[in-house]
Design a protein around this ligand. Structure first.
Ligand code: NBY
Length: 836
């Protein structure tokens, strides 16, 4: 659609046509401008912190210009947008990512060089935006990156936590949590929008509209304000810039004038202090739901502000509300944003005065829902009394959604009381609970899991009845993916240059199918040598990182054996460290001559434990206790080193992942929904040692079983083993028993502090089946050693793996969502496509 150009349009057109300046003189000017005018420094008083800030602000200027262009263009095109609602966005750093996307890395490197700085040091000044826990939050960041790079009109919506994921220190071997005050220094990558602020109500009471049974007025004087901050997401190889809109909470009534006038100055701002708490801190739980009231209020603030914003944007088009699903798709990243469904209903019923049926039709055509876990402890449930007190209108809407749903089911399956009890959104416990996964399912037109096995499992377990009632087609699989921009091109420059040589240009970064070409070079000896050298260089870089973060010296020629992820029982870091203990035992039995011939190995761990997760924290302590003894053992020397790298983060991952030879993804079969670091490791030429679980399975299918080391029991066997172990003591094999004995004989300090870990296996029913999988795990380790000793064979595996990994680009995932769930199309902004 076009319209007659106005004076303003012409101005905008001229402005938008101005290409980003690439000459170093202009870049230098803009850096100096920010240095002096934004930060009140001079080139002579510039330290690397201000060099970073000034450079970042000058890049930001360029991004915001494109941001404007993108959003103006999408508005004019009346493009359908997708809104990715997530309580977490684990973004990491942005500066380097933006430089690569804008193709300005060389120019900024040169400019900074001229004023006496190295680009790498300046990049290192940036703090991570750590607004997430782990896989789920990082997936959201990769997905917004892919939307921007593939020109899909899409926004992320999230919360602007004042304190992100805590920083982890290791003191005396234990994890200590330190607040992450990431906003203490200026953040160039957010743009405050005080004009985009919405009121969000809590508590209060309802008044029924006498003329309309479906309509209520919700009266409350507890009102918070949610203010928007926009975080630009640079698209690589496109002028499109995506957006993550994060909400920050304030009180609505800024100031209590009565209290102020009566002399109560503290009380006058007291309300504001209380209000801020809602976006103060990220809940540091991964795969556990702890049911705190504050969390529920946080979730609602997020959902209400987001839905109000989406509806307001839609209303600007002038189209009737019934057409919302033609212009907006909303994806729920797990159940955390599920209150968006009753909030949408509230807006449509109470504010837009739609009928129930019309409102429900619009809602279910708009929402889709992704499930990320089936662990029972992660399932979100909220007590009805709590929800009813905080959100009385929403509780009423949820009751009614449930009533109509159960009535429809009763009609189709008359008399099946047990079916109704099983599928009810309200669980008949004491107190009653709202099952958020069921609410999300009933309110969505599509439900997906995140890897093939996981999507099958949810259809056979939590959503079994729903598949029968609502049909197979609603339940689909969308295997996760990761961004090749960050997880190859940015974190592994040497390997990326090699791939670029083979492909002919760097276009593979946006079109990963092109890496297939690597297969043609698998027998090229010169190429193979460069491939190996690139890995060695990354290992050297990680060795330096380990030295500075832990003081431990490791040999880059050893096998780097890596397990980095959140610490959780189902991920079985305990099984890993028990195998290390057994290895240590074996090495100690050998004569020095035999030992010297053993493969040298560095076992690397990193990961955070939720602050309230005692068992996970004991596992960290055990790893550090073992490391201390093994690393100090002169007999052992470089044959075995054990390292726990503190404070795992996106940035740490960018150092660690490209340097791994073997990485471990060893969850009990059926428990890890997908995993995404498994994909990152293989995309960086590493080999997986893993269970037949999550995306490991599909990775094996793509790259070939010779390229991956599988072990352990299969998902369909787990139930029987667990049943057996509930009534019978496990039978640890000799290797596992040896590891227990060494701990109990105080080899790693007081063994008593680790007894609960041993007990979780020998007395606690061994829920995660360590005793079952341990023998095959040790065998798999031996197979890895044999393979690594054959360097040529190893290099072949590494090259073939990368060549066959294109499925695991998040660009593929996003394209599938776009086509099969969101029904949106790419809209590419070009400077002459402004439609004027
Ligand atoms: O999502 C992870 C899965 O464990 C992993 O297998 C998958 O690859 C990834 C992306 O799909 N889940 C995850 O990271 N979950 C959380 O971080 C999380 C955070 C908070 C809560 C629950 C789960 N919570 O209830 O508050």
């Amino acid at each position: 659609q076009t319209k007659t150009p106005t004076k303003v349009d012409n101005m905008f057109q001229n402005y938008s046509h101005s290409e980003i300046a690439r000459d170093t003189a202009t870049i230098k000017n803009s850096v100096i401008m920010h240095l002096t005018a934004t930060f009140l420094r001079t080139p002579t008083s510039m330290d690397s912190g201000h060099a970073y800030l000034a450079s970042a602000f000058s890049v930001r200027d360029r991004l915001l210009q494109r941001w404007n262009l993108t959003n103006e263009f999408h508005d004019r095109m009346k493009a359908k947008r997708v809104y990715y609602m997530s309580l977490e966005f684990l973004i990491g750093r942005t500066f380097d990512n933006a430089l690569l996307a804008l193709d300005l890395r060389k120019e900024y490197g040169q400019t900074l060089g001229e004023v006496g700085f190295r680009l790498e040091d300046i990049i290192d000044e940036e703090r991570d935006a750590a607004l997430g826990n782990g896989g789920l939050g990082r997936l959201a960041a990769c997905y917004v990156d892919s939307m921007a790079c593939s020109d899909y009109p899409g926004w992320g919506y999230g919360l602007r936590y004042k304190y992100g994921m805590f920083q982890q220190q290791i003191i005396n071997g234990y994890q200590v949590e330190v607040p992450d005050c990431w906003l203490d220094s200026p953040n160039p990558w957010e743009f405050p929008r005080p004009d985009v602020t919405y009121p969000v109500k809590f508590y209060g009471h309802l008044v029924r509209d006498p003329n309309n049974d479906d309509r209520y007025v919700w009266e409350s004087n507890v009102v918070y304000d949610a203010m928007a901050f926009d975080v630009p997401v640079p698209g690589y190889g496109t002028t499109n810039v995506g957006n993550i809109r994060l909400w920050s909470c304030k009180t609505n009534s800024l100031f209590d004038l009565n209290k102020f006038n009566s002399g109560d100055y503290g009380g006058a701002t007291g309300g504001q202090v209380a209000a801020q708490i809602l976006t103060d801190v990220l809940y540091p739980n991964d795969n556990t739901n702890d049911g705190k009231e504050l969390r529920l209020r946080q979730e609602y603030l997020f959902c209400s502000a987001t839905l109000q914003d989406i509806v307001a944007r839609f209303k600007k088009t002038g189209r009737p509300m019934s057409e919302l699903p033609e212009l907006a798709a909303i994806q729920l990243n797990d159940t955390h944003p599920t209150l968006g469904i009753p909030e949408m209903m509230r807006i449509l019923l109470d504010e837009e005065e739609m009928s129930w049926d019309d409102a429900w039709d619009v809602t279910t055509r708009t929402f889709a829902f992704t499930n990320h876990t089936i662990l029972p402890e992660a399932m979100e449930k909220w007590p009805v009394p709590m929800l009813d007190k905080i959100l009385p209108r929403h509780m009423g809407i949820i009751y009614k959604i449930n009533l109509y749903f159960l009535q429809a089911v009763e009609k189709r399956f008359p008399g099946d009381r047990d079916l109704l009890r099983r599928i009810s959104i309200i669980e008949e416990s004491n107190p009653q609970q709202v099952r958020m996964a069921f609410l999300a399912c009933v309110g969505s037109h599509k439900v997906n899991g995140v890897a093939a096995i996981h999507s099958d499992i949810i259809k056979q377990t939590i959503f079994k009845d729903f598949v029968r009632i609502q049909g197979e087609d609603k339940f689909i699989n969308k295997t996760n993916g990761v961004s090749p921009r960050r997880w190859m091109n940015e974190c592994n420059p040497d390997m990326s240059d090699l791939i670029t040589d083979v492909v002919g240009d760097r276009s593979w970064v946006n079109d990963l199918a092109k890496v297939k070409k690597l297969e043609e070079r698998v027998s090229d000896s010169d190429f193979r040598r460069r491939w190996w050298d690139a890995k060695q260089k990354n290992k050297q870089r990680l060795a330096e990182y380990i030295l500075t973060t832990t003081g431990i010296q490791v040999n880059p020629n050893a096998l780097f054996d890596v397990q980095v992820k959140r610490i959780h029982e189902y991920k079985r870091q305990l099984m890993n460290i028990l195998s290390v203990i057994y290895r240590y035992h074996c090495l100690k039995q050998m004569t020095p001559e035999v030992r010297a011939k053993e493969l040298h190995r560095v076992v690397i761990f990193a990961g955070k434990a939720a602050s309230g997760y005692w068992v996970a924290k004991q596992v960290i302590k055990l790893i550090n206790a073992v490391a201390e003894v093994v690393n100090a053992d002169e007999e052992i020397g470089d044959v075995l080193k054990v390292v726990f790298i503190p404070d795992y983060s996106v940035t740490a991952a960018e150092y660690i992942i490209p340097a791994s030879d073997i990485s471990q993804h060893i969850s009990t079969a059926g428990t890890e929904a997908s995993g995404t670091s498994n994909m990152k490791f293989v995309l960086n030429g590493g080999i997986i040692l893993g269970t037949v679980d999550g995306a490991n399975i599909e990775i094996g299918e793509e790259i070939g079983e010779e390229q991956i080391f599988f072990f352990g029991c299969l998902a369909h066997e787990v139930e029987d083993f667990r049943h057996y172990l509930r009534f019978n003591q496990p039978k640890p094999d000799d290797a596992l028993q040896t590891a227990f004995d060494m701990i109990q004989r105080n080899t790693f300090g007081d063994g008593a502090i680790f007894q609960p870990l041993i007990d979780s296996i020998v007395r606690g029913g061994d829920v995660y089946l360590l005793s079952v999988d341990f023998p095959s795990y040790i065998q798999a380790h031996n197979a890895v050693e044999d393979a690594y000793r054959n360097r040529e064979e190893w290099i072949t595996k590494s090259i073939l793996s990368v060549a066959r990994m294109s499925k695991f680009s998040s660009d593929r995932s996003i394209q599938e969502y776009a086509e099969e769930v969101w029904n949106i199309e790419p809209v590419r902004v070009t400077s002459c496509s402004m439609g004027i």
